[in-house]
Design a protein around this ligand. Structure first.
Ligand code: ADP
Ligand code: MG
Length: 227
């Protein structure tokens, strides 16, 4: 079991406090749902956790088990098991889905496919594409370029299933999804839950309950509280 501990986190932007005194503990096997009005700071909190330099903390500490990680690069946090599915995933012209995932593997020496042959890699990739409802032709598509909103979310799910991180931060992954894709998210959460801890930002109460959350959190006026 692993723990992700947030200790008195504060993020200011100029004079404005985005959030302050945020403390919490998340463990693998748990699902935490985070809600709050638009602009409450939910995405900022997730971005700060994964180390996006545009969301550098003004104070506080983040622990991944016994390691203090708030000064780590996003790459190092990812290598140690932090994963984020973005609210608006970026498009990468000229980089195919297959090459993107093969490149990612180079940075994950413990991944079962780290040294896999092209055949084994593609076998897994095709199986994951099928599992998330994307056609095989996606292997040759540029990452997120021209993907519909739903396809972007399915590709985020594919990356999650591919990496099986210790902690997965899902930012409004359910918004704008059709019922079938929403089921796919729930199924993925259930599948990975034994070894992954989830922080899921969602506005949808029904979806939140169906995640069978360990706890529900609300970010309001810069403060995090349980519901
Ligand atoms: P939420 O995800 O809860 O809707 P955000 O974290 O996106 O909230 O936004 C929190 C606040 O931070 C808002 O006031 C928003 O305008 C501001 N903000 C978010 N991202 C940026 C950014 N990259 N640059 C400047 N301000 C930002
Ligand atoms: Mg947001």
């Amino acid at each position: 079991m692993s723990a992700l501990v947030l200790e008195d986190l504060t993020l200011r932007r100029g004079e404005k406090i985005i959030f302050e005194h945020v403390s919490s503990l998340f463990s693998t096997g748990e699902v935490h749902v985070l809600s709050g009005v638009n602009g409450a700071g939910k995405s900022s909190l997730l971005q700060a956790l994964i180390g996006n330099p545009q969301y550098a903390l003004s104070g506080g500490r983040i622990w991944l088990d016994d390691k203090e990680i708030q000064d780590w690069t996003p790459e190092k946090r990812a290598q140690h098991g932090l994963f984020a599915a973005f609210q608006s995933p970026c498009e990468i012209e000229g980089l195919t889905v297959a090459n993107f995932l093969r490149t990612v593997l180079k940075f994950f020496p413990k991944h079962p496919l780290h040294k896999a042959s092209a055949t084994d890699f593609y076998k897994e990739l095709y199986s994951l594409l099928e599992a998330v409802g994307l056609p095989k032709t996606f292997t040759a598509r540029a990452v997120n370029v021209g993907f519909s909103g739903g396809e972007k979310k399915r590709f985020e799910l594919l990356q999650l299933k591919f990496l099986r991180p210790q902690f997965a931060l899902l930012d409004e992954i359910d918004s704008g999804l059709d019922a079938e894709a929403r089921e796919l998210v729930l199924q993925t959460v259930r599948e990975l839950r034994p070894t992954t801890g989830f922080i899921i930002v969602s506005h949808n109460e029904d979806f939140a309950h169906r995640c069978e959350p360990t706890a529900m959190w609300r970010l309001e006026n810069g403060r995090l509280s349980t519901m």
